[in-house]
Design a protein around this ligand. Structure first.
Ligand SMILES: Cc1cc2nc3c(=O)[nH]c(=O)nc-3n(C[C@H](O)[C@H](O)[C@H](O)COP(=O)(O)OP(=O)(O)OC[C@H]3O[C@@H](n4cnc5c(N)ncnc54)[C@H](O)[C@@H]3O)c2cc1C
Length: 386
């Protein structure tokens, strides 16, 4: 944009990852005018990856966060089908289910309890979701029987999506009904004049509200605005293999890794976690490690062509849960970041709740208290996990 916008947008979003684009989508649906600023390009952050696991929390020690995630995963398929119809772009979503190996008798006992609790928490009579313990040797053409000496759990709530195709569909919707400007970094917000300030001497843009959704980089902007650093980045790496013939297999979670087959004949393996990192690029050693570990419990991966590796920096709040809501000291500045490992499954309900905040309505699915700014700022900040 060469010229300063004369008309203030109702909402400006800083960041075109899954949180920022979901917020923009929800704002447009609510009838608001929207502009998204992205400092690089759509999907430049951790949302541009390959894994796409949409996994529930365990049905044990239930709490508001688990309930929110359950609600989010339950309604995501309908949202995706709607977005696909609106844009003509498909997102690679399927409720693929998930296998978890049981490696000790303790685990077997715990998961039998979880299977019972799922009857209460997952409402199978209404939703059809099941959480079942199966005997040793079950599904051994996919998960090696030696990796599951006490049987396995097979649950049907877990799903998968193509992160890149989901972003592309959201991007198309936002471009079609609002504005999206790439290579535009938000560096501040002037509350007096109501303008978003952009890097590189670009003309400021008049907006009524700013939503900061810059992934891990949001923590720096939030610190500039509030004086508090409430989160950090954590590096992760994933791998994409050729996976023809595996498209309909369930996801596996084993040895801290997910194996997620996709409908385009690929299978993703992830992820590593590095709290300390010098380099944001993927490393060949980490790729080798991922392949070796995954092939050990899933022999069908052996010998398959490695199509790509990919690394990203997840946004992680010191208090672990995402930060969603109005920034302290600001009427018109909000944040949605810190989804860490579960952003893709919850972004649509996070966005609904944020837009409800912004328009002064009650959300259909209220956010857990631990997602709220009160939990992240002020006296709590000394509890940072450092
Ligand atoms: C290896 C790996 C595997 C993962 N697997 C899964 C998975 O299977 N399922 C799942 O749900 N999650 C997964 N995650 C986590 C998930 O990717 C992240 O939680 C999610 O992408 C965060 O989305 P976001 O929109 O908050 O941030 P990002 O995707 O990082 O987006 C932030 C965007 O904001 C831009 N930006 C930053 N600052 C500014 C600014 N000041 N102005 C304008 N633009 C700005 C950035 O360029 C970026 O494009 C994985 C992450 C990694 C690294």
């Amino acid at each position: 944009m060469a010229q300063a916008e004369t008309r203030p947008f109702d909402v400006a979003v800083a960041g075109a990852g899954i949180f920022g684009l979901s917020v923009a989508h929800a704002a447009i649906k609510a009838g608001l005018s929207v502009i998204v600023f992205e400092k690089a390009h759509v999907g430049a952050g951790s949302s541009g990856g390959v894994l796409g696991a949409l996994m529930p929390h365990m049905p044990a020690r239930w709490n508001p966060k688990k309930e929110f995630q359950f609600q989010a995963l339950s309604c995501l398929e309908d949202r995706i089908r709607q977005l696909e119809a609106e844009t003509g772009l498909e997102c690679g979503y399927a409720r693929c289910g998930r296998i978890l190996p049981l490696t000790t008798t303790d685990k077997l006992e715990h998961h039998l309890e979880r299977a019972q609790e799922s009857e209460l928490r997952w409402h199978p009579e209404r939703t059809g979701f099941s959480y079942t313990v199966e005997p040793k040797g079950s599904r051994s053409d996919w998960l090696d029987a030696a990796a599951a000496p006490h049987g396995l759990v097979y649950e049907t709530l877990a799903a998968r999506i193509s992160p890149r195709r989901y972003l592309s569909a959201l991007e198309a919707f936002v471009r079609g009904h609002g504005a999206l400007v790439e290579n535009a970094e938000v560096i501040g917000f002037d509350t007096v004049s109501g303008v978003v300030q952009l890097a590189g001497g670009r003309d400021p843009v008049g907006v009524r509200t700013l939503v900061v959704s810059g992934g891990f980089a949001a923590f720096e902007l939030i610190e500039t605005l509030t004086g508090e650093r409430i989160g950090r980045g954590e590096k992760g790496q994933a791998l994409l293999l050729e996976g023809h013939g595996l498209e309909d297999r369930p996801a596996i979670y084993c040895d801290g890794l997910y194996v997620v087959p996709h409908d385009d004949g690929t299978v993703a393996i992830g992820s590593t976690s590095d709290r300390d990192f010098q380099d944001t690029r993927s490393s060949p050693e980490r790729s080798r490690e991922l392949l070796e570990r995954a092939t050990a419990f899933c022999p069908q991966l052996a010998g398959r062509e490695v199509l790509s590796d990919w690394a990203g920096i997840r946004p992680r709040c010191h208090k672990r849960d995402p930060l969603i809501g109005r920034l302290p000291g600001y009427e018109q500045v909000f944040a949605a970041t810190g989804g860490f490992k579960i952003s893709f499954g919850i972004a649509h309900l996070v966005a609904d709740a944020l837009i409800a905040d912004l328009t002064g309505h009650a959300p259909v699915h209220p956010l857990p208290a631990t997602f709220r700014p009160d939990h992240h700022f002020g006296s709590n900040r000394l509890d940072a996990d450092n």
